[in-house]
Write a protein that binds this ligand. Structure first.
Ligand code: PRT
Ligand code: ZN
Length: 287
């Protein structure tokens, strides 16, 4: 048996750490517990895990010190390393936005002309300014960007936003979005065939897990008189399973529903006479 392992780099601590570990766990990959917080390996999958600062992950993957990695798109595109973005992962969502003082009259990117903009994302900001053909001064700082306008260091900032409360608390307002970002899986562009095979296995599991997260299994009792209508409300994977109940005139219907349409469907189902509706999470979904 081959002993090749796929080396994955994930964030050591921070906003992506928990979700990255959970994703591996949901993929059925158990990590060996060790005191060594720098790296560990999987017990039941050919994988080694490196714990790094998120900013360093693209470089490690470009250099093939790690084969794959998980980081935010904001970091991947800012660092601009030779890595292949392979899969969006649906967590760590945020946006890279322009913010200005709450009382400023912002009427488009032209506001930024010849202004001083503080950011930790000079590359992405420069690309935005170039696209908009706006000359401006980029002031690169390493943190606490949101205080820059208040202390007279800049006229505007470009920073990550999720809830918006940091901007609000600093008297700023979000006026432009440069990038929508989420955690993605990246890989070294030249992975050999053996490592590609392991990556394909991992991707198959990731897709099954992610699909299942958005889908619920639904069971309900339907009066036979309304069975047709109730079935038409359930999209299902192919068609729903229908089983007769012990009580005459009733059937048990099983299907899957998408989380987004879930409440809408439940309402219509009850209107159509469905009873005893059970909705259960799906762990994995193989299509
Ligand atoms: O130590 P290390 O370098 O690994 O971690 P870090 O401190 O650089 O990064 P970390 O853990 O803060 O963020 C890791 C990744 O999470 C980022 O690269 C993004 O892809 C993603 N992410 C998602 C965020 C946010 N949401 C976020 N809100 N990263 C940072 N923020 C910060 C933002 O910079 C601002 O200070 O949160 C503040 C704004 O949040 P709201 O909710 O007030 O808008
Ligand atoms: Zn970082």
């Amino acid at each position: 048996m081959s002993s090749v392992k796929l080396r994955i780099a994930i964030q050591k601590s921070g906003r992506l750490y928990e979700d990255s570990l959970k994703l591996l766990k949901d993929c059925g990959i158990d990590l060996k517990n060790g005191i060594n917080k720098l790296k560990t390996e999987a017990e039941n999958f050919p994988m080694e895990i490196f714990f790094l600062r998120d900013d360093d992950i693209p470089q490690y993957v470009e250099d093939a010190v790690a084969d794959i990695g998980i980081a935010g798109e904001n970091v991947i595109y800012e660092k601009n390393k030779k890595v292949t973005v392979t899969e969006k992962l649906g967590f760590g969502k945020c946006r890279l936005s322009v913010a200005v003082g709450r009382n400023e009259q912002y009427n488009g990117p032209d506001f930024l002309r010849n202004k001083k903009i503080a950011t930790t994302y000079p590359v992405l900001l420069a690309a935005f300014l170039e696209k908009e053909k706006i000359p401006a001064e980029i002031h690169e700082i390493s943190g606490s960007v949101e205080i820059a306008p208040g202390i007279g260091l800049a006229d505007a900032i470009v920073d990550l936003v999720s809830s918006g409360s940091t901007l609000f608390m600093n008297g700023l307002k979000e006026v432009e979005t440069i990038l929508h970002s989420e955690a993605v899986l990246i890989r070294h562009p030249g992975l050999n065939a053996e490592r590609m095979r392991i990556l394909d296995k991992l991707l198959f599991r990731i897709r099954s897990v992610r699909k299942a997260r958005h889908t619920k299994y639904i069971l309900l009792n339907a009066p036979n008189a309304n069975l047709k209508e109730i079935i038409s409300l359930l999209p299902g994977m192919k068609s729903p399973t229908v089983l007769p109940l012990a009580e005459p005139g009733w059937s048990s219907v099983h299907s899957v529903v998408n989380e987004n349409e879930f409440w809408d469907i439940i309402e219509k189902l009850t209107e159509a006479g469905a009873q005893g509706i059970l909705v259960v999470p799906i762990e994995k979904m193989i299509l």
